[in-house]
Design a protein around this ligand. Sequence first.
Ligand code: ADP
Ligand code: ZN
Length: 432
Amino acid sequence: MYLHKELETMSRDEINAYQLEKLKSTITHCMNSPFYKKRFNQEKLSADSIKSLDDLRRFPFTTKEDLRATYPFGMAAVPLEKCIRLHSSSGTTGNPTVILHTRNDIEAWADAMARCMYMVGMRPNDVFQNSSGYGMFTGGLGMQYGAERLGMLTVPAGAGNTKRQIKFMKDFGTTCLHAIPSYASRLYEVMKEEGIDPRRDLKLRVLAIGAEPHSDEQRHRIEDMLGVKAYNSFGMSEMCGPGVAFECPEQNGMHIWEDYYIVEIIDPVTLEPVPDGEIGEMVLTTLKREAMPMIRYRTRDLTRILPGECPCGRHHKRLARMQGRSDDMIILKGVNIFPIQIEQILMRYKELGSDYLITLNREDINDSMTIEVELNQLFTDDYGRLQSLTRDITRELKDEILVTPYVKLVSKGSLPRTEGKAKRVVDNRITH
Ligand code: ADP
Ligand code: ZN
């Protein structure tokens, strides 16, 4: 089972030629979308505007606001009767967004997902368990279709019910698991409570972790706790879901599948491209989507392209670990901070658990940051030791984020657990 090997192993020249051809056909197809037709006509743009890949930059960006404004079906490039699936984001701020898929879109998505899974050693004789919610969240069905395409025995456990989840792993001999990083840590906690040693009692060997920002330190923790290899998996509903970019066995950057997407990294202020290797906002153009092609979609995710060739031999570009979304950036006392910078430091302390919460407060005109972090179960409550630990962590954090946070070490299990993506920041400041 090795799908579309010729696409996965293309050289740089082959990728460029493939993308140019697909880009032209995508722009032509976009004219079937009322949204793009109007926009491209206004700007006098068409497939003829594309002579080289650089000409993509003549096209305007597509934003989440565009998706909201055209809610629910205004971006579709095919009649609704050709669509077989709809996914929708939560829509906590205004209209939710809707993503439509044709049968071919679902097939192409399953292929991409299966490619990622095969790349990290998942095989048809594996048992694959998915701890993502099945429903509008694409981590459920997206992983499911990929795992079935690959031919694994799938266990669509769904989110939550951790004890049952662990029982399934034990009884069914689960070898591969998909979990968001915060949930992987939760699984381990409950395994310990249940007296289960993953190395002794389970057959787990490969994990796909993603859907939320996490540091390399957190990945190593998960690998150590569960005795597995954990691979970073990136996706977003607007592009289909998981399967957009995935780490290869080198575990150094995620290959973004360039037969599916053209990736650009731009400066979010000037909107100009940044050189390879520099951090900026990732912008994606779809090359295979039928129901809802997207041109230059501003993902708001901040990352960089890793320069150089990957030792694995694939030429598809590599994305560095995501720093977070531009909306996740904390501005405190004029300094820009990403939660991931804080996590990186916390995770280096073996005395600490994996859960933390950053709270921002304002008193008069003074902003402050409190970081509550759970202690590891094994840690004693030696007061002097706790004090010096707090001091050390505070100092290290200050060096990294340039402001001094209040660090509070709290007991294991005292911070709220979420079922979906972890909530790391609470901002209590009044914003005008
Ligand atoms: P929502 O917008 O409701 O979170 P999605 O499930 O589409 O919906 O989430 C996609 C977003 O999740 C991405 O834009 C990115 O911010 C984040 N994300 C997904 N995978 C990763 C990953 N591996 N590392 C960091 N962030 C990720
Ligand atoms: Zn590689």
